[in-house]
Design a binder for this molecule. Sequence first.
Ligand SMILES: *[C@@H]1O[C@H](CO)[C@@H](O)[C@H](O)[C@H]1NC(C)=O
Ligand SMILES: *[C@@H]1O[C@H](CO)[C@@H](O)[C@H](O)[C@H]1NC(C)=O
Length: 264
Amino acid sequence: MVSKSRWKLLAMLALVLVVMVWYSISREDRYIELFYFPIPEKKEPCLQGEAESKASKLFGNYSRDQPIFLRLEDYFWVKTPSAYELPYGTKGSEDLLLRVLAITSSSIPKNIQSLRCRRCVVVGNGHRLRNSSLGDAINKYDVVIRLNNAPVAGYEGDVGSKTTMRLFYPESAHFDPKVENNPDTLLVLVAFKAMDFHWIETILSDKKRVRKGFWKQPPLIWDVNPKQIRILNPFFMEIAADKLLSLPMQQPRKIKQVMMGSQA
Ligand SMILES: *[C@@H]1O[C@H](CO)[C@@H](O)[C@H](O)[C@H]1NC(C)=O
Ligand SMILES: *[C@@H]1O[C@H](CO)[C@@H](O)[C@H](O)[C@H]1NC(C)=O
């Protein structure tokens, strides 16, 4: 059950990312139409700002100031205050996060950054992709996003071979990150708990591994270049949970304390 709800959250999150980074050509406000953008047959002109206006309708203009990946500079001098703990914010995990950000990166690759139109696709992990022959269509997108340990090797004809980003958390990481990814794939950690930052730190800095605190044993050795690792901004988890899935949001602790204090 834990795994299922995480998957749902992650999938919604991936859809949010699509809106954030892609210009769109759809018409309605309903999610399916909102998030489904067929590749046009002919090259159509890029509609500048359309994804942005759609995104701001959904989450307000605030989202424009939010980087997709967490950045060291936001945690180094000024500790960015966050109302929520993981997975919806960084409250209480700042020190661990700082150490992780110091050895990873937050940049968007130049070849994506420089595109005027960024067309993205999220490739799900469902069985219906089998024998779909969608591989070539998927590879045509500028940004191909995959989730968790979705297999690619051996299924290229159906799921494509390009992986621009792979969103994962420790328990969902493939034991060999080189097998299903391209050499330049960004491995985007979606942290659900402070232990997830601790896990990546011990892997990348070769510190003593932690084995407790996970619902499934994550890899203890993970052969990856730290510069390929990105940390997803938990703001997008908050948006996916709150605005798209309408999950009950955990109250910021401060409010809880004030309420308890006033009762006492
Ligand atoms: C977002 O900004 C645009 C202009 O930049 C403005 O027209 C719009 O009302 C703003 N929306 C919100 C929700 O603040
Ligand atoms: C996919 O195609 C192969 C070869 O035609 C067939 O053997 C297999 O059963 C198909 N699988 C599915 C899930 O349709």
